[in-house]
Design a binder for this molecule. Structure first.
Ligand code: HEM
Length: 493
């Protein structure tokens, strides 16, 4: 069936075009009070005007750009504050059921919830003889969570103001609140020269796919994917349920929605840094310190500046790292790339999660279904002097990981399970160089040891043994982020 042309005023703003403006972001996980489901749905109608669309996000980006230009022209050192904020809402399968929205949406992973699949994701936990696998998550994520409200902004004050408006509509402070807060997680963009870098120190948010007819000018090397890879009901969207002969048709209200995979990921930063320090790659001409930096870059696939190791194999190139016209323009297809790890280890985080040319042999349709749009944010304080000195994490910090896709099994779940956690991926590499685990997020909950090959370009068959985990999942859930018309016409009463 033919869908109407895509209207970005109808799509929630965190999904496309770079996402909600965020210096700080509050993820507000809630449960709808069983006694007030009807009230929730009537109040939802009043919440809809607060929801930020992609069209509004793009408009704000234009405003910000104009302001930056003006500030530069006027040589302002402390530019006036542009107040920016954004609100999005999404629901878990439990939330949809609770609201009585029971049409089959067509995604098995969403229907089951993340907790049910935690073992397969490789999360560590226990398997009691009399019950299901129990991951080492914080209790909040083992409870019922019906929905997630994202509130982003330029400052805590802006976010607090928006959150107060939302809480007022949902009577959170009243004697009979319509929703209960399950947990609130606050993420912050790091400051100073670490701005936009995740806590291990690497520039993040460089490579997301562009979407047909949404991102008008993709950067060189940036893959363009059909709208349906991210949005339900658009060309390229394929539900996981049903059979190829009789696929599940998405309900009409699913059009222009997207699945949001949330992961609460702690990062063991002092331990990661200590490992790099103790395992420098020995290369003639590099100091020990440079050898450690090189190891970090080869584990991630980019230098801390963002420069890809495929283009800058031995030395960082910060100008390249910050240049959007060049920093995505690589494909693991230099003549020595497919069968050697000279430039980039087969299992580097970047290569595992977006294998680019490694899948060319399977045709042009092999990679796009597994692309996701990442929109997360770092959380937690900087490493303290005590932590750095003791090489041990004391304070929680990491990534509030958020990824959008139209198919969770093919998107987040596939990347984590079938690529990052699977030592033989990418395929068809030399027999004595099994790629190994994605050293950043790859994990296993059996007794297996994490190794990867090829970290040392001069000894590519050698396997480097890694600690069990540097990234520790502490919870998560799958949500559906509906279109704004669906919120108004199907979800709200
Ligand atoms: C890219 C770090 C978790 C998928 C990156 C980059 C960094 C990074 C530094 C390079 C920046 C960029 O290209 O945009 C981390 C850290 C994580 C984490 C520290 C955990 C705390 C995840 C998870 C997934 C994932 C859970 C999915 C299962 C990706 C993808 C890319 C990427 C798809 C882009 C690769 C490309 O297009 O070349 N990550 N990441 N990451 N990450 Fe992660």
């Amino acid at each position: 069936p033919c869908s109407p042309p895509l209207d970005l005023g109808k799509v929630q703003g965190d999904i496309l075009a770079g996402g909600l403006p965020k210096k700080t972001e509050t993820c507000y996980f809630f449960r709808i009070n069983d006694a007030y489901v009807h009230e929730f749905r009537t109040q939802l109608g009043k919440l809809v005007p607060l929801i930020t669309s992609t069209a509004e996000v793009i408009n704000d980006q234009r405003k910000q750009l104009a302001q930056n230009k003006k500030d530069a022209a006027e040589k302002k050192i402390t530019p006036p504050h542009l107040k920016l904020s954004g609100v999005n809402i999404s629901f878990s399968t439990k939330g949809l059921k609770k609201m009585g929205i029971t049409d089959e949406i067509g995604d098995a992973a969403f229907d089951a919830g993340m907790l049910a699949g935690a073992k397969e994701l490789g999360d560590i936990g226990t398997s009691p003889s009399n019950g299901p696998f129990d991951p080492d998550w914080i209790p909040a994520f083992k409870q019922e969570i019906d929905g997630l409200i994202l509130i982003t902004g330029d400052s805590y004050a802006t976010v607090a103001e928006k959150l107060a408006e939302i809480e007022k509509i949902l009577l959170v402070q009243a004697r009979n609140p319509i929703i209960h807060e399950v947990i609130r997680l606050v993420g912050d963009v790091r400051s100073g020269k670490e701005k936009g870098h995740e806590h291990f120190g690497f520039q993040d948010g460089i490579s997301n796919p562009a979407v047909t007819d949404v991102d008008a000018n993709p950067n060189p090397g940036q893959q363009v994917v059909p709208q349906g890879i991210i949005l339900l009901g658009r060309p390229g969207d394929a539900p996981t349920l049903g059979t190829p002969a009789a696929p599940v048709t998405r309900p009409h209200w699913a059009l222009d929605g997207s699945f949001l995979s949330f992961r609460y990921l702690f990062q063991l930063v002092p331990e990661f840094n200590a490992f790099l320090k103790n395992n420098p790659i020995p290369i003639t001409g590099l100091t020990r310190e440079q050898g450690s930096e090189l190891l970090g870059a080869r584990l991630v696939g980019r230098w801390k500046s963002g420069a890809p190791v495929d283009l800058a194999p031995l030395h960082d190139d910060p100008v390249l790292g910050q240049d959007p016209l060049r920093n995505n323009n690589f494909h693991y297809t230099f003549p020595d790339d497919q069968q050697t790890q000279t430039r980039c280890p087969f299992a580097a985080h970047l290569r595992k999660t977006n294998p680019r040319g490694d899948l060319d042999q399977f045709g042009p349709n092999a990679l796009p279904p597994h692309r996701i749009i990442r929109s997360g944010i770092a959380f937690g304080p900087e490493v303290s002097a005590v932590e750095a000195a003791s090489e041990k994490t004391h304070l929680p910090r990491g990534l509030l990981f958020i990824a959008y896709q139209s198919n969770i099994e093919q998107g987040f779940q596939f990347i984590q399970q079938s690529w990052s956690n699977t030592p033989k991926f990418p395929p068809r590499k030399p027999a004595n160089e099994i790629p190994g685990f994605d050293p950043i997020i790859g994990q296993t909950n059996d007794d297996g040891v994490r190794t990867l090959s090829g970290t040392d370009p001069n000894s590519q068959t050698a396997n480097l043994k890694l600690p069990k985990q540097w990234v520790v999942p502490k919870g998560g859930e799958y949500f559906f982020s509906p279109s704004i018309p669906a919120l108004k016409e199907r979800f709200a009463l």
